[in-house]
Each structure stands twice: as structure tokens, then as C-alpha cells.
Write a protein that binds this ligand. Structure first.
Ligand code: SAH
Length: 234
């Protein structure tokens, strides 16, 4: 169940993430759009168009292009510049680069069409005064990739980035945390409730079996994806 003691002190450094990208150890990246986003997109959009949608810890998630093509404005943040360059290259999207005056060393890579802006820096360097607030969030491979000791800080920041009447689709994973050190880390439902609970309405939309060979190699015997919708009110 909820014994996550074995993971709570684990830390993956930014340097280690950069190395994963350099070595191509990016098993988390999916070439196809996430089926749970396709299925539940309507709860994220809620009938609205032209939304500002945030992708925390975005990697080169292909759904960014998909949502931008639908007319939404997409903002992402990622520490690996290689990931962001690969995103634009793999979608044949011209972009330009500029420094972010408020954050030393950070860059913004923006599609020439203007509707995809990707910040190359740590998410912890962002604030709503820099990136504004969002109508929607797609959090897949983000909360579950954050070091357990940083979870509260991550969630507190995300809450400050939510616009009134916004929706946050969150994908977590469920497996026996004594058998794999993560990431992705196991975040139980009770913790989702304690992290976000006072700020929004939380509903579990779906649990799907996602068990595959890689999970078998990790020594696991089950692996689920769990989708939540978090609704922030007026
Ligand atoms: N959400 C993406 C990527 C998941 S892997 C997807 O679904 O494919 C997690 C990503 O977060 C990695 O690309 C890693 O480089 C990035 N990352 C890790 N720590 C970060 C931080 N503090 N700020 C921004 N990006 C970070």
C-alpha cells in the first residue's frame, strides 16, 4: 500500500537528468500522444478555446505540439536544453532563443509562430510574475519525477501558477515502491490529497494497467497509471 519509506530520501540531481538526455536514457519519452490525455482532453479544456496550458518538466512531450496546433498557447519548463532542441527539430518547428532577464542563465526557446514557449531552467526558478498563470496543466512524468523531498515545494509553486477556474490533469504511477527506487516515484492518493487538497477539488478519473517489459526488468509485478483531475475554483 502506502509504504514509501524506501523512496523518501532518494535524490536525482539536475546533472543526472542532463546525463540521461546525453546518453539517450529517456525511456520515459513516448512517441505517441498519451491515451489518457486524448481520452480526457475535454475535462481539461471544458469547452474553452485559446487556453494557456502549462507542461511542467516537459522533456520533449509530443502533446505540446498537438495542443498548440489546436490553437492553445503552450508553455513548458525543462532543465535539459538538448530535450527542447530535439522537440523543435523533431517537429520541424523553427524557433528563436532569448535570455530570461529575471533568471540568471535561463533561456526561453519560442516557436516562431509564437504559440510554444519553452523555458530552459529549473521549475523552481519560475514564478507567476515570469510565466503568468495557466488555464490548464498536463502533469505527466513531472510530479512523479520530482524528488520526494521537493514535492511540497513543487506543488506549492504549481498552485501559485493556476488561474481561476483552471484544470490540472495529473498522471501518477502505482507500484510496489520497495521493489524499485524510482523515478518515477510512487505517490499515493493520500499524499495527492494532502499536497493539493486544501486548494482544489480532486477526482480520480481512471486507473489503467501500464505493465510492460521494462517494469518486469525493474522487478515489479504490477504497474498502474492513475489519472486525477484537479479543479481550481473561482
Ligand atoms: N513530462 C515529460 C518528461 C518526463 S521525465 C514526458 O512526459 O515525457 C522528467 C523531465 O524533467 C526530464 O526531462 C528532466 O530533464 C526534467 N527535470 C528534472 N528536474 C527538473 C527541474 N527541477 N526543472 C525542470 N525540469 C526538470
Amino acid at each position: 500500500g502506502s509504504d514509501v519509506g524506501s523512496q523518501k530520501d532518494r535524490v536525482v540531481t539536475e546533472e543526472e537528468w542532463l546525463q540521461k538526455w546525453e546518453k539517450g536514457n529517456i525511456g520515459f519519452h513516448k512517441e505517441q500522444r498519451h491515451p489518457l490525455l486524448q481520452k480526457h482532453l475535454d475535462v481539461l479544456l471544458n469547452g474553452r478555446s485559446g487556453l494557456r496550458i502549462f507542461f511542467p518538466l516537459c522533456g520533449k512531450a509530443v502533446e505540446m505540439k498537438w495542443l498548440a496546433d489546436m490553437g492553445h498557447s503552450v508553455v513548458g519548463v525543462e532543465v535539459s536544453e538538448q530535450a527542447l532542441q530535439e522537440f523543435f527539430a523533431e517537429h520541424n518547428l523553427p524557433y528563436c532563443e532569448e535570455p530570461v532577464p529575471e533568471i540568471s542563465g535561463a533561456k526561453k526557446l519560442q516557436s516562431t509562430s509564437g504559440n510554444i514557449s519553452l523555458y530552459c531552467c529549473s521549475i523552481y526558478d519560475l514564478s507567476s510574475s515570469i510565466v503568468g498563470k495557466f488555464d490548464g496543466v498536463w502533469d505527466r512524468g513531472a510530479l512523479v519525477a520530482v524528488n520526494p523531498c521537493d514535492r511540497q515545494r513543487y506543488v506549492s509553486l504549481m498552485i501559485t501558477l493556476m488561474e481561476k477556474n483552471s484544470s490540472y490533469l495529473l498522471v501518477t504511477v502505482s507500484y510496489d515502491p520497495n521493489k524499485h527506487k524510482g523515478p518515477p516515484f510512487y505517490v499515493p492518493e493520500s499524499e495527492i490529497k494532502s499536497l493539493f487538497g486544501n486548494h482544489c477539488e480532486i477526482k480520480c478519473l481512471q486507473k489503467v494497467d501500464d505493465f510492460s517489459d521494462i517494469h518486469r526488468k525493474w522487478g515489479l509485478d504490477y504497474f498502474l497509471e492513475v489519472l486525477y483531475i484537479l479543479k481550481f475554483g473561482a
